[in-house]
Design a protein around this ligand. Structure first.
Ligand code: SF4
Length: 199
């Protein structure tokens, strides 16, 4: 097995035909951000804008996510952001389990490369792709669990907040919980340097 590198990851994603989603993709969307970020965010899959630009979370949901991160002093370029599937599902439908299963190969490589200390799972698809099909966003939202030394919290996908603004109150609680976790683990100093930790 060759060493896992960012070049290998982007080559593998680019050439991937492990599920049928490659057929409807204009661009593959592997993810982007700080390659050694202490915080990784995982969403569902690329939408139209993401598919056009080859970048994750650049459409309206991505812009909302950027504002949510800013509210807890996290610049987008200091975290790593990707999706459970790297190709846009037709008509933005939810990825099927066999598609997220196939794409896990790339997600696992991203875990190895980034080595995040904290992961936020944005929505049901990311939650099930990472923790398993027996996990439910409505039941587990906002609850921290630790797997192999990594803290993980599911919360709503920003698209769900755009569709249903009533969810924003809970999402904000989750952002505050994320801020507390990053402070508890002293990870803001990894993000900003030791002298810059929000009070
Ligand atoms: S969604 Fe993932 S597994 Fe499916 S073709 Fe695209 S990169 Fe490959």
């Amino acid at each position: 097995m060759p060493d896992i590198t960012w070049d290998l990851l982007s080559q593998q994603v680019e050439q991937c035909r492990l599920c049928p989603l490659w057929q409807s993709a204009t661009h593959k969307v592997p993810g982007q951000g700080d390659p050694h970020a202490p915080l990784m965010l995982i969403g569902e899959g690329p939408g139209q804008r993401e598919d056009e630009e080859g970048l994750a979370f650049v459409g309206p949901a991505g812009q909302l996510l950027t504002r949510m991160l800013s509210a807890i002093y996290l610049p987008r370029d200091r975290v790593y952001i990707c999706n459970a599937v790297k190709c846009r599902p037709p008509h933005n439908r939810t990825p099927l389990q066999e598609e997220t299963d196939a794409c896990k190969l790339h997600l696992r490589m991203q875990f190895v490369l980034v080595r995040p200390k904290v992961i936020v799972l944005l929505g049901s698809t990311a939650l099930k792709a990472v923790l398993g099909q027996d996990h439910f966003i409505t039941r587990e939202r906002g609850i921290w669990i630790q797997r192999k030394g990594v803290w993980m919290m599911p919360t709503f996908h920003p698209s769900a907040l755009l569709r249903d603004p009533d969810k924003k109150r809970d999402a904000w609680k989750d952002m505050q919980s994320l801020q507390s976790k990053l402070m508890e683990l002293q990870l803001y100093s990894d993000i900003y340097g030791p002298l810059m930790t929000p009070s």
